[in-house]
Design a protein around this ligand. Structure first.
Ligand SMILES: Nc1ncnc2c1ncn2[C@@H]1O[C@H](COP(=O)(O)OP(=O)(O)OP(=O)(O)O)[C@@H](O)[C@H]1O
Ligand SMILES: [Mg+2]
Length: 359
């Protein structure tokens, strides 16, 4: 006779490799049921995009067979409940994590990275939103093929609330939906900050696991006040390996660490890391240099979350309004999927550590 308690005791031998505690202590095991040799339970992970998902599932099955009964038929359901960053518990209660995608230099691929990370996480089953805060040239509406859409509004408690436009499972709001792009250059910091605040706080986001903010380039007033005005879980710095991009990215990273801003850096994403021609898939040409993003990550003691090569289809798919992360099993889709998993993992660890500190 297998008992539920035996199953739970066996699962105490399975650790979450990131959170470094066992699944039972972490409260991740739910709905344990035993009927004869049939054992079933649910593992509630801290993100649906957990890179260790299969490994944890196998470890659970092995633990029950090893410690309880080698003939047990183990059925594990993997589910998730994304943890909430402490920063936005009050400000935006339904939104669990807000992540800024930033760079010092323009044109390094922030919008491309932001849109593909968002799509990749939505594909994994996460509830995802994306705010395009780039007043200089909002590109998210193009990348999501919603250029001509206008968000509807709904009156709630006498206040007009925007309803985000949805595309590929991602809820979107862009300054581009409201502003005439040719007017953007005359915007000043306070106007941009006010607009971003409205996109963030006056919209009906509903429950979101991850809300990305695609920031405008630079380290001037605008990105700085934008970054300070919303309760960010953290920022991801996008850079190319080129020296000028790296030195601007370093300034961008330092801006977040500034004592008055003090926003955690979640990691670096190196975009345009190398070029591999389609006809020579084993060759890598380091057109913009090599190793710089790793160096930047080391300097700030943060992970290098991904290295994304230059691939023609990444550019073409962006222009065509269908991010490459939507594809199945192509190199470019898998690269963004891995990057998204790494980011989700970093956020889960950060939130767990904060809970541990405040508990
Ligand atoms: N890995 C890549 N491979 C090929 N093309 C890319 C890649 N990343 C970005 N691009 C292309 O480079 C251009 C700039 O990218 P993107 O618009 O994402 O940069 P950005 O940092 O958001 O720019 P801005 O500072 O203007 O907001 C786009 O045409 C995009 O399609
Ligand atoms: Mg952009």
């Amino acid at each position: 006779m297998i008992t539920e308690q035996q199953v739970i005791d066996a699962l105490k031998y399975v650790d979450d490799p990131d959170l470094k505690k066992d699944l039972v202590t972490l409260g991740m095991i739910k709905d344990v049921k035993v009927v004869g040799k049939q054992v079933s339970f649910t593992v509630v992970l801290t993100t649906p995009a957990c890179p260790m998902k299969d490994m944890i599932q196998n470890a659970c099955i092995n633990a029950v067979k090893h410690y309880v009964d080698k003939e047990a038929v183990v059925n594990v359901t993997m589910s998730s409940n994304v943890t909430q960053a402490k920063q936005n518990k009050d400000a935006l209660a339904g939104v669990r994590n807000i992540i800024a995608i930033a760079s010092g230099k323009g044109g390094v691929g922030k919008s491309t990275v932001a849109s593909n990370l968002a799509v990749a996480l939505a594909k994994q089953g996460a509830r995802v939103g994306l705010i395009d805060a780039d007043i200089y040239g909002p590109s998210i509406p193009i990348m999501f093929d919603v250029l001509n859409e206008k968000p509807a509004t709904q009156q709630i408690d006498g206040k007009n609330r925007m309803i985000p436009v949805e595309s590929y499972g991602v809820k979107l709001l862009s300054i581009g939906f409201f502003a005439d792009p040719s007017q953007a250059i005359i915007w000043r910091g306070p106007m941009a900050t006010k607009a971003l605040n409205q996109l963030c706080f006056d919209a009906l986001w509903g429950d979101l696991d991850y809300l990305f903010i695609d920031l405008p380039p630079g380290t001037g007033d605008i990105p700085m006040s934008l970054a300070a005005s919303v309760p960010l879980t953290g920022a991801v710095i996008v850079t190319t390996p080129q020296q000028v991009a790296l030195s601007d990215a370093r300034k961008g990273a330092a801006m977040f660490k500034h004592e008055h801003i003090n926003i955690p850096l979640l990691g670096v994403i190196e975009n345009m890391a190398w070029f591999t021609p389609a006809e020579l898939p084993n060759n890598k040409y380091f057109i913009f240099g090599k190793g710089g993003a790793q160096q930047l990550a080391d300097e700030f003691n943060i992970p290098l979350l991904a290295q994304i090569p230059i691939i023609q289809s990444i550019c073409e798919a962006g222009d065509a309004g269908s991010p490459v992360a939507l594809q199945t099993d192509t190199l470019q889709a898998l690269t963004f999927m891995d990057a998204a998993k790494k980011l989700a993992q970093t956020i889960a660890i950060k939130n767990a550590n904060e809970i541990a500190v405040t508990a």
